[in-house]
Design a protein around this ligand. Sequence first.
Ligand code: C2E
Ligand code: MG
Ligand code: MG
Ligand code: MG
Length: 282
Amino acid sequence: DAWLLRNQQIAIFQPKLQTSLKDKAQLEEDLHKALESNSFDVFYQAKVDSKGQIVGAEALARWFHPTRGLISPADFIPIAEETGLIIELGKIVLTKVCKQLQLWFEKGIKIPVAVNLSARQLINQNLQDDILNLLHQHRLPNELLELEVTETLLLENLDAALPILNAFHRNGIKVSIDDFGTGYSSLAYLKSLPLNTLKIDKSFIKELPNNENDKAIVEAIAYIAKALGLSTIAEGVETKAQLNFLQSLNVCCFQGFYFYKPLPVEAFEDVMNQQITHEYID
Ligand code: C2E
Ligand code: MG
Ligand code: MG
Ligand code: MG
């Protein structure tokens, strides 16, 4: 813990996915077509509290490719970023989520949904207006939409991002730092930015509770978050043993296959309905 606090830095590298150039050019062309033909959908993955009750969800983009089948966002988001198509794709995801939130809200289901933002979206000065307009058009309380940004993305674009983050904060839209611990993070920024939650990256969760280094890192993150008044959520929770360790720390919420996978909207609704009959959601 002390090491992290003294150096104010955590830098951990993850191997990037390799796609061949030819593959990439083809995917790029397909991506253009997919945006025109509405081939994207949004899956929802539940976030649960320590009792296993659903407290929110994350929206995850899915691309149904005509010949390749379902393509992972890990493969198409980077291409969408490079080509600028992410702006359009981002709008599609935000719009779909707001439509869904409205349907749920009208049925009395008030479940906050988090949308992932990419760098290009975050430096676009229209972002705050676009989002606030979407919420207004769908007659939604702002609190129902949350946003997730990665720390590297945020720090590399801080000048542009700061006024946008401030606007979200003023308007009651919560922002989480996604994949926390994997970027070049300066802990100093955490106290000065209007953030709500740290999402502990799944690479630190994977080998819990056996890996001593990961245990120390996760403990340190939970400690820092508490000290700075931020909440924490662990992503990629797959086993009971991981959950037990995390529950012994100041970790509020969990997300992972141990609880729920990202699900198509109908399947996610089934899961929520089961909880509603157990008198959970107010
Ligand atoms: P992320 O935001 O960190 O999302 C978590 C990823 O971990 C998701 O992968 C999710 O399916 C996966 N995951 C959840 N639980 C578990 C688990 O228990 N074990 C394991 N091994 N994995 C788990 P997915 O859906 O493939 O998305 C990958 C990344 O793509 C996301 O990482 C996010 O950065 C990006 N992404 C997804 N949708 C969007 C979007 O609409 N816009 C933007 N800009 N990025 C998106
Ligand atoms: Mg995320
Ligand atoms: Mg993440
Ligand atoms: Mg990730």
